[in-house]
Design a binder for this molecule. Structure first.
Ligand SMILES: [Zn+2]
Length: 141
């Protein structure tokens, strides 16, 4: 899903919850919003790792090219986006028992993941992403 759509949906959910459940002021909702957006930095990290290039513009163009060329996208499979893995989500969830701030981060990440899954299902790209870090590590051996 494009970052602009994540921003739009996250803003919508931010406002929705702020109105119906104004718990704790704007801070928790801002944190949910920011974590639901910033989780996508792992897309850039994957690009930088694979292409050995730090250009944010080239990373953006690479993902656009892959989105428009399914055959080229197939060659790049699987995409391991670390912050999108089940293990990372579980780690943040466990942290939330010790530090309440991570509960808001967890909600943001989970919301983002839900949007990604729905979007990838719709585009029939669900199989392109690796969702489990452990499976990715075992595959490389
Ligand atoms: Zn994402």
């Amino acid at each position: 899903m494009y970052p602009s759509k994540h921003v739009t949906y996250s803003l919508f959910i931010l406002l929705f919850f702020l109105i119906i459940l104004p718990y704790g002021g704007i801070f928790p909702y801002t944190l949910i919003f920011l974590s639901s957006i910033l989780i996508d930095t792992d897309h850039y990290l994957l690009y930088a790792y694979r292409k050995k290039n730090l250009s944010l513009v080239k990373a953006w163009k690479w993902y656009l090219m892959l989105a428009n060329n399914p055959k080229e996208g197939q060659k790049q499979i699987p995409f391991l986006h670390f912050f999108h893995t089940v293990e990372f989500l579980a780690f943040v969830f466990i942290l939330s028992f010790f530090y309440k701030i991570f509960l808001w981060v967890f909600i943001g990440i989970a919301f983002h993941g839900l949007l990604d899954i729905l979007s990838m299902k719709e585009k029939k790209l669900f199989e392109q992403r690796e969702y489990f870090l452990i499976r990715s590590l075992l595959r490389k051996r």
